[in-house]
Design a protein around this ligand. Structure first.
Ligand SMILES: [Zn+2]
Length: 270
């Protein structure tokens, strides 16, 4: 499932092919993904120039000079195929640019989505309106977490997965960041000390940035004819490593929290 770093990597990859480009053709090969493609999508994008690309949480943003933004979510299996040799069965939306680039949004399971939103209304768009700060932006600070966690007895891991507190953090990155910051995942959020929060914020950024950097090298490898953007694997210190040794020598443990696996080291995380 594409997480924030994969979406960021995808957006950076698409930027090379779309920024400043005029979209000359938009082809929809079916009517819907998780929900129908927005009405007027083809007309709105055809002839528009892409002014910039961006990301909010796990959504990619393609801004155009017509004051609208195409917002895409990769769902479970979505990916963009760059300059595909041939259009495949699951290439549901295809963009062609004035320079002859072809970009296909491929989504076999169709849990993804595409929306067309007025650019100046993006912050008020319901999926974005309640989102907390971006983890890689300046608004995520130890004091932001201190305020958000104050008095809360829910486990710190659960609250880090709450998109209203931090936008776009997934299970893997929360497990890894808590390990790096030496914070127990089941600790009451309100009892995490300020010094621990001051370790946690940079740990979150490091884990994400390392994954984005790893994805960057994947893009260089794959942004070729018929290349693909979307997935890469990183080596994790605790995630998926139950029973294997942590760097400290103790075994990584797993338990289920809120229906999801938490991996952690009882020796490193207090
Ligand atoms: Zn350890």
């Amino acid at each position: 499932m594409p997480e924030l770093p994969e979406v960021e990597t995808t957006v950076r990859g698409l930027t090379r092919y779309l920024e400043g480009e005029r979209i000359v053709r938009v082809t929809l090969n079916r009517a819907d993904l998780r929900r129908p493609f927005p009405e007027g999508l083809v007309q709105s994008l055809t002839g528009a120039t892409v002014t910039a690309l961006g990301r909010r949480a796990k959504y990619g943003l393609i801004h155009t000079d017509r004051g609208s933004t195409m917002v895409f979510h990769l769902g479970m299996s979505g990916r963009w195929r760059i300059e595909p040799e041939a259009i495949e069965k699951h290439d549901h939306l295809v963009l062609e640019t004035g320079s002859g680039h072809v970009l296909a949004l491929n989504d076999a399971r169709r849990f993804g989505s595409v929306d067309l939103i007025d650019t100046d209304q993006l912050d008020e768009w319901p999926p974005f309106a309640a989102l907390g700060p971006e983890p890689l932006g300046d608004d995520l600070s130890p004091t932001h977490l201190q305020r958000a966690f104050a008095g809360r007895i829910a486990p710190v891991k659960q609250l880090l997965l709450d998109q209203r507190i931090v936008a776009g953090l997934g299970n893997i990155y929360v497990c890894e960041a808590l390990h790096r910051a030496h914070v127990r995942p089941d600790k009451d959020a309100g009892k995490v000390s300020l010094p621990a929060l001051k370790r946690l914020v940079p740990a979150i950024r490091e884990v994400l940035n390392e994954s984005i950097a790893a994805g960057g090298s994947t893009i260089r490898d794959y942004a070729q004819p018929s290349g693909e953007l979307g997935y890469f694997a990183s080596s994790w210190q605790v995630y998926g490593r139950e029973g294997k040794p942590c760097a400290c020598g103790a075994d990584v443990q797993r338990f289920v929290q809120g229906g999801r696996s938490t991996f952690w080291c009882a020796k490193c995380q207090k």
